[in-house]
Write a protein that binds this ligand. Structure first.
Ligand SMILES: [Mn+2]
Length: 436
């Protein structure tokens, strides 16, 4: 069955195209810095926002018009696989991502859930073989069901910890079955409501225990995806243990997980933490922990997680600079953890929204490459830190100085130290010249 008969395969038509169902900037085969755009960007489509999100909000019922509902939940799940791969093929997306509960009904028992997952992943595996589309990552949803009210790995209830372990084991079995390149942990409920009844040390130790069990099981079954933790500061849990990139890195290092774990960073989660997206990427990159990204943006006027499709070229340009500085993001990718607005309820909006996101990242890539070709920011930084290139600065960088020798130097050098203006407004104005 064809679910989108009015949508052809989306083609690159260039900036002058008037066709809304065409890429104007994302040209998969265009070579930039020695790699094609497709290789740089490694786009992935998210099952949850694309296939299961219904347009409801806390004040309103579903609005989304979707053509794939069947007589039973399992029939709907099977239809969704067909429709999803039609979307992936028509968008020429090389990757996809999902939570376990996105793809298959949970049923009444864990056995039934596992059986449903087997049926659906058989179908997905066939579709992958037929199309060549790959699994960027999957994950276990350990936050939606009421049993996770007090967390998963951090739950006070050992039965919940055990249930979480069972879902993760199944997630890794599926990852092996489908050749997943990464495996994500998003700790939606891994935090606390009140310190009055919380043993924070026990909860964090237990989250690390669960991660170590995942590493051990991956080794046992001979499947080693890149493990990723996705930081988020709040929502749904008020205090999340994986607040931001820096906090999560401290956790990774404390529990000695750095050989197996990196970060999956999301734009809207960065802004919820009071950071820019590029700040989070920089923190990860300089610590060799930039794993993958969830591409979206928040609304500057709202304080919650709106998961909007990325359309801000300024942001994507700065993000792509970080990805290029990192020598790419593989085996990670750029996953559109983005949902259409409630008012964009037509089925074809799923295409228009992804086209907007693909084009915005393609513009970011082109701008970032131009900035690097001109050495615009690297020259600026080299000049700004030039005092460490020679003389006393070079000695400091070579670890040849100590407090005594620097005191001796400063007594001779005197207190009248000259600093230079940053001219940062001029820098920002010149940056605008590179926004494609
Ligand atoms: Mn989000």
């Amino acid at each position: 069955m064809v679910y989108f008969p009015n949508v052809e395969k989306i083609q690159y038509e260039g900036v002058d195209s008037q066709n809304p169902f065409a890429f104007r900037h994302y040209n998969p085969e265009e070579v930039i810095e020695g790699k094609t755009m497709k290789e740089h960007l490694r786009f992935a489509i998210a099952y949850w926002h694309t296939m299961t999100q219904d347009g409801s909000d806390p004040f309103g019922n579903p609005t989304n018009q979707r053509p794939w509902f069947g007589e039973t939940p399992l029939e709907t799940a099977k239809n969704r696989v067909e429709a999803f791969f039609e979307i992936l093929v028509k968008l020429d997306a090389p990757y996809f991502c999902f939570h376990d509960i996105d793809i298959a009904p949970e049923g009444d028992t864990l056995e039934e859930f596992f059986s449903n997952l087997d049926i659906i992943t058989d179908l997905i595996k066939e579709k992958m073989a037929e199309t060549g589309i790959k699994l960027l990552w999957n994950t276990a949803n350990l936050f939606s069901n009421p049993r996770f009210v007090n967390g998963a790995g951090s739950s006070n209830n050992a039965d919940v910890f055990a249930y979480s372990a069972a879902q993760i084991k199944k997630g890794l079995d599926i990852s092996k079955k489908l050749g997943g390149e990464n495996y994500v942990f998003w700790g939606g409920r891994e935090g606390y409501e009140s310190l009055l009844n919380t043993d924070m040390a026990l909860e964090q130790d237990n989250i690390a225990r669960l991660f170590k069990m995942a590493i051990a099981y991956g080794e046992k079954i001979g499947h080693k995806p890149q493990f990723l933790i996705e930081p988020k500061p709040k929502e749904p849990t008020k205090h999340q243990y994986d607040f931001d990139a820096a906090t999560t890195l401290a956790f990774i290092l404390k529990y000695n997980l750095q050989d197996d774990f990196k970060l999956n960073l999301e734009g809207n989660h960065a802004t919820l933490a009071g950071h820019t997206f590029e700040h989070e990427l920089t923190v990860a990159r300089i610590n060799d922990a930039l794993g993958s990204i969830d591409a979206n943006q928040g609304d500057v006027l709202l304080g919650w997680d709106t998961d909007e499709f990325p359309t801000n070229v300024f942001d994507t340009t700065l993000v792509m600079i970080e990805i290029l500085e990192n020598n790419g993001i593989a085996p990670g990718g750029i996953n559109f953890d983005s949902k259409v607005r409630r008012s964009s309820f037509a089925p074809e909006d799923l295409f228009l929204a992804h086209i907007a996101g693909f084009d915005t990242y393609a513009r970011g890539l082109k701008g970032a490459a131009a900035i690097r070709a001109d050495k615009f920011l690297s020259d600026l930084k080299a000049k700004r830190y030039a005092s460490y290139e020679t003389g006393i600065g070079a000695n400091i960088m070579a670890d040849k100085e100590d407090l005594e020798s620097l005191t001796e130097y400063s007594l001779k050098n005197g207190a009248a130290i000259t600093n230079e203006s940053s001219h940062i407004e001029l820098v920002k104005s010149h940056l605008n010249d590179y926004l494609v």
